[in-house]
Design a protein around this ligand. Structure first.
Ligand code: CTP
Length: 412
């Protein structure tokens, strides 16, 4: 008989105040069926949706609610509660608790624990579609992700408030699968490895006030850098100008132009793993103006020259070539077969091991958006992934990198 997958593991479940709190009850049951010990923290608002009695009955443990409870502080203490678990799950993670976490607040038991913990945290957001889409919520999520908090969902569908869109909490079965993967994963599977990631757009000056740029947000590249670092790799992220916060535990080089990016990349070499997620401007102005160009009645003509291909330069670097070189192929091509075909050509032309191909046509909302639909193209063919949050694409990619790497020689 095989042991229950979560046997011997301690999970602390923070239940915040949202209608999806009822799903937390099912999550408790599933975690316990998996063999875990589950202790729960119920926020004040959470207790408006589910009762402490049901949480206690299902978990088989005392429910923790108060930050300054005399008995709790003498018996357990919120610091011990924060440290004694293998993983903290926040489900549902409401807009409010995410905002308080992002601000580093500790004004109730749940946030005090989340601030005091040194353990991994998985958050399953659930809220109204507008609340999720609000720039402030997206900023908070980006900041928390950069600080090392992991996210699952939200998924899209009908919401309890009667609206439709992204905001539904991920189903308990899927949260359970992520918990199992997180706790089963050899967390430091890339310890001792070095990695380089490029991210974001580049800007090529036309004159002191204008530039050639693109819509890349840096979300995908930054998420990959963070995921590599979480698995123990020593990561250098070379990024063009983006609104993304610097990921925790990553050496970040901020650059502006394609040529600066190449220089920073060459400086970071040699590495074992190189992932090129940046949308480098293919061309730059041949002769950028030293002063602002004025209207003169005539339409000016802009002479362009090609930028160096950073990915191809690294992938063809002879003995200095990283063991694993991964490129991206952003195409405006909705036909998957044609997209994969072009990615295969790009893979061969640029000498990379894998190409992550995606359709970035305006209708897909991939450029600048939170989600991505990718095909992983390698010498063995193509593997198409479902549409996922960019952070989940990063997790899966890094799992694949960790699995592929031991078979290869380390960087010289
Ligand atoms: N890339 C790079 N340096 C460049 C251009 C692209 O490192 N100067 C990398 C990107 O980071 C990406 C891959 O090359 O990983 C594919 O870029 P893409 O712009 O799609 O391909 P191109 O070679 O520019 O081909 P085309 O635009 O003709 O499709």
């Amino acid at each position: 008989m095989t042991a229950a997958p979560l046997s011997g593991r301690h999970i602390l479940l923070v239940i915040a105040g949202g209608i999806a709190a009822y799903k937390a009850l099912e999550l408790i049951r599933r975690l316990k069926d998996g063999g875990a010990r589950v202790r729960c923290v119920l926020t004040k608002a959470g207790a408006e949706f589910v009762t402490p009695l049901s949480v206690a009955a299902l978990s088989g443990e005392k429910v923790h609610q108060e930050l300054l409870s005399l008995t709790d502080e003498s018996e357990m203490g919120h610091i011990r509660l924060a440290r004694e678990s293998d993983l903290i799950v926040v489900a549902p993670a409401t807009a409010d608790i995410l905002a308080r976490m992002a601000a580093g607040m500790a004004n109730d038991l749940a946030t005090a624990i989340l601030l005091a913990t040194d353990k991994p945290v998985l958050a399953a957001p659930a809220m109204n579609v507008e609340m999720w889409a609000k720039p402030v919520t997206q900023r908070n999520v980006a900041q928390l992700a950069a600080d090392g908090i992991q996210f699952i969902g939200p998924s899209a569908g009908d919401l309890a408030c009667g609206e439709t869109g992204a905001g539904r909490m991920t189903e308990p079965a899927d949260i359970l699968a992520r918990v199992e993967a997180l706790l089963a994963a050899p967390v430091q599977s890339l310890a001792g490895k070095t990695a380089l990631v490029t991210s974001g757009p580049t800007r090529e000056a036309i004159d002191p006030v204008r530039y050639i740029g693109n819509y890349s947000s840096g979300k995908q590249g930054h998420a990959i850098a963070a995921a590599l670092a979480r698995r123990g790799a020593h990561v250098t992220l070379v990024t063009g100008p983006t609104a993304q916060p610097d990921p925790a535990g990553v050496t970040v080089r901020h650059v502006e132009t394609g040529r600066e990016m190449l220089e920073a990349v060459e400086h970071a070499m040699p590495v074992d793993i190189a992932v090129f997620a940046a949308a480098v401007a293919d061309w730059r102005a041949a002769e950028p103006m030293a002063v602002k160009t004025k209207k003169s009645g005539e339409t000016p003509r802009l002479a362009l020259v090609e930028n160096p291909d950073i990915l191809a330069t690294v992938a063809k670097a002879g003995p200095k070539r990283p063991a694993l070189v991964i490129g991206f192929a952003a195409e405006t091509e909705s036909n998957a077969e044609a997209l994969i075909g072009r990615a295969q050509q790009k893979r061969a032309a640029k000498n990379c091991d894998w190409v992550i191909a995606n359709d970035v046509s305006p209708g897909t909302q991939v450029l600048g958006g939170a989600r991505n639909t990718v095909h992983v193209v390698s010498a063995n063919g193509a593997e198409s992934w479902p549409t996922l949050d960019k952070r989940e694409v990063a997790e899966r990619l890094v799992e694949r990198i960790a699995a592929a790497l031991p078979a290869r020689a380390p960087a010289a």
